[in-house]
Design a protein around this ligand. Structure first.
Ligand code: ADP
Ligand SMILES: Nc1ccn([C@@H]2O[C@H](COP(=O)(O)O)[C@@H](O)[C@H]2O)c(=O)n1
Length: 252
């Protein structure tokens, strides 16, 4: 149960498509849940907040003429409202999104119970200033773009009902340019940059340790700067570099 008066610890995980955001979140969840105090941890994807498309927009999407990587493709207001509710410790329900049909389920919603740790991941999760304000820890998963494209091709064909041609076409026309325009510039907001994503155990273990210290109370509110009315990460930015585990210079 969430402690009376204590805000959940909200962690934002950004990065390009198929960079390993979800995989990093899963690793963090597994490790944090092994903690003796057994905190409740939940993961939310920004993908749940894609706008429902009209028939005409769905037809354009199926012809690869719809830009899902532009901020306007997301209902950012609903995401913000939902995060505010979560931060206030209330139960919320969020849409269930289907990548094959580009629509939200008409019958299903996912219920998110109050939790001590909230992981929220997405390509644009560090894009909106009000959302950034709600995050006590900001991570950016920094995986090489060739690797990301290779993973996206496999994933989108296997799981999202796409053809090779459509994945490559969408990537060239929309995904890559939007990554450069909207996602990459948000790297500067990250407290920790994780090169190579989920395989970077050194970086992930440092992050896990920090979260455990906060949950166990070893890191206290008054020990931290930059507090926004709840638990927060020290304001000084850290960069877990590829070559050095112990860090920690400012990101560029
Ligand atoms: N380190 C890794 N090695 C191999 N495959 C990976 C690795 N990290 C992620 N993947 C695969 O790449 C795809 C995208 O990973 P995911 O974590 O869902 O990325 P994102 O949430 O950033 O889109 C998935 O199919 C996943 O299994
Ligand atoms: N109907 C949709 C909605 C989104 N996309 C793509 O998903 C990517 C974001 O998801 P990740 O898991 O890769 O972070 C984004 O790049 C959109 O292009 C889609 O193809 N169809």
């Amino acid at each position: 149960m969430q402690e009376e008066g204590r805000r959940p610890f909200v962690i934002g995980v950004a990065g390009g498509t198929a960079s390993g955001k979800t995989s990093v979140c899963r690793k963090i969840m597994e490790a944090v849940c092994q903690e003796g105090v057994n905190p409740k941890v939940v993961m939310i994807s920004q993908d749940s907040f894609y706008r429902d498309l009209s028939q005409e927009q769905r037809e354009r999407a199926s012809r690869n003429q719809y830009n899902f990587d532009h901020p306007d493709a997301l209902d950012i207001d609903l995401l913000k409202k939902t995060l505010r509710e979560i931060v206030a410790g209330r139960t919320v329900d969020i849409p269930v999104y289907d990548f094959k049909t580009h629509t939200r389920s008409k019958t299903e919603r996912r219920v998110i119970q109050p939790s001590e740790v909230i992981l929220v991941e997405g390509i644009l999760i560090l894009y909106d200033p009000e959302i950034r304000e709600m995050l006590q820890m900001k991570l950016f998963v920094d995986t090489d773009s060739d690797t990301r494209l290779a993973r996206r091709v496999l994933r989108d064909i296997q799981e999202r009902g796409r053809t090779l041609e459509s994945v490559l076409d969408q990537y060239t026309v929309f995904v890559k340019p939007a990554f450069e325009e909207f996602t990459l510039p948000t790297k500067k907001y990250a407290d920790v940059i994780i090169p190579r994503g989920a395989e970077n155990d050194v970086a992930i273990n440092l992050i896990i340790q920090h979260i455990k210290d906060i949950i166990s109370g070893k890191l206290k509110l008054e020990d931290m700067t930059g507090s926004r009315g709840g638990l927060s990460f020290p304001a000084r930015k850290r960069h877990v570099s590829e070559s050095s585990a112990i860090p920690l210079a400012r990101p560029h």
